[in-house]
Design a protein around this ligand. Structure first.
Ligand code: DAV
Length: 366
């Protein structure tokens, strides 16, 4: 039987991926972890309910087109099975009035070698999102005898998992930056919590962002779960809403990373890259002044690209400066329109999860 699942990084030749679906997406009700993430001036603050049908349709159109482009470039694409996300959910520890969406898969599924693991997300509204991917996991499990189907320890997400009154409408941007610099986030350390999109995989090394969605205990959990890998905790003090590493620190090929100029990697954390002759280049500026309506993410989705191989990258069609920079860095750019999908949780990298890339576990930082 063939090997279906294998991926050790974000740049080796991509052969098989999962792309999310926007069907039945909700703006979830506020809860301790999400209120921290929604910017004070966001039109989404205080509102929740189904996303407008027209926006769901437009997002799905762009997602379907993205799938067609990937298939044209030799990538097999699978899609999740969305649930009716408007259902309320309950566990012995909490109750929430709705779920969210089957977007973006990158937050939920972490592929390391022949293993795909569902993450331990800190948002209650995302507690059951993994179910949308379970039909695919089962299919890989039945057809690839080496596939390891796994699930991180499920966080309980009781009130003890969050700092209460951490979020305050009046907090200034400066105060937020001080909190980020002090590594003071809304989640507590009572249990490991992490989003898969906080994990940057580079062969034997995992660089994991400590921020609003991933805590320190998660780092310790990763170290014990993957004793053969090296786990590095990274911080980006310039980010007032540090969530997910893939609009901040993005590898393009072995030896080359683009870094958000507003969120530079601190000097002391650059040493491992410098010692191994990796270049960290400032990413080009975004082409837009603001995100589209009803979007949680920042304009820096401009750098949230999907690398197909060491010379080919998919970039959002309107992000002309990012595309130009990629070209100068020696990459062939495939432009894909995707701004209508941004409100559903992110950009081109977010919207995918790796199933198969060529290559093995290289040691890039010996
Ligand atoms: O810059 O708002 C978005 C990352 C989404 N996965 C940002 C980060």
């Amino acid at each position: 039987m063939p090997k279906i699942v294998n991926s050790w990084n974000d740049f080796d030749p991509l052969k098989h991926a999962i792309v999310g679906r926007a069907d039945f997406s909700m703006i979830p009700p506020e809860e301790p972890a999400t209120s921290e993430k929604v910017p004070v001036d966001s039109e989404m603050r205080g509102m929740w309910g189904p996303r407008p049908t027209e926006t769901v349709e437009k997002a799905n159109e762009q997602l379907d087109n993205y799938v067609a482009v990937l298939e044209k470039h030799g990538v097999k694409v699978d899609r999740p099975t969305p649930l009716q996300w408007n259902q309320h959910i309950q566990t012995p520890d909490f109750r929430n009035d709705s779920m969210m969406t089957a977007m973006p898969p990158r937050d939920i599924l972490l592929t390391i070698g022949n293993e795909i693991m569902a993450s331990a997300n800190s948002f209650r509204c995302r507690y059951f999102e993994y179910l949308a991917y379970w039909p695919l996991m089962n299919e890989y499990f039945e057809n690839d005898p080496e596939f390891k189907w796994s699930q991180a320890p499920r966080p309980r997400l009781t009130d003890k998992s969050y700092k209460h009154n951490y979020y305050d409408e009046k907090i200034s941007l400066e105060d937020r930056l001080i909190r980020t610099a002090n590594k003071d986030f809304v989640t507590t350390e009572v249990e490991p919590m992490w989003d898969a999109a906080d994990v940057m995989r580079v062969g034997k090394d995992l660089f994991i962002q400590h921020g609003l969605t991933t805590n320190r205990k998660a780092m310790e959990w990763f170290k014990r779960y993957y004793p053969d890998l090296r786990v590095h905790s990274v911080n980006f003090p310039g980010d007032p809403y540090p969530i997910h590493i893939d609009a901040t620190f993005v590898p393009l090929r072995p030896g080359l990373i683009i870094n958000n100029p507003h969120r530079p990697l601190p000097v002391e954390q650059r040493a491992i890259f410098e010692a191994n002759d990796w270049q960290i280049v400032e990413a080009a500026k975004p082409a837009h002044d603001g995100p589209p309506p009803l979007c949680y993410s920042s304009v820096w989705l401009s750098m949230n690209c999907l690398v197909l191989d060491h010379k080919t990258v998919v970039v959002e069609e309107s992000e002309v400066y990012q595309a130009e920079q990629m070209d100068k860095l020696g990459m062939n750019v495939i432009p894909v329109p995707f701004r209508d999908a941004y409100p559903f949780g992110g950009g081109l990298h977010c919207a995918t999860a790796d199933v198969y890339r060529e290559g093995g576990m290289e040691d890039y930082f010996p």
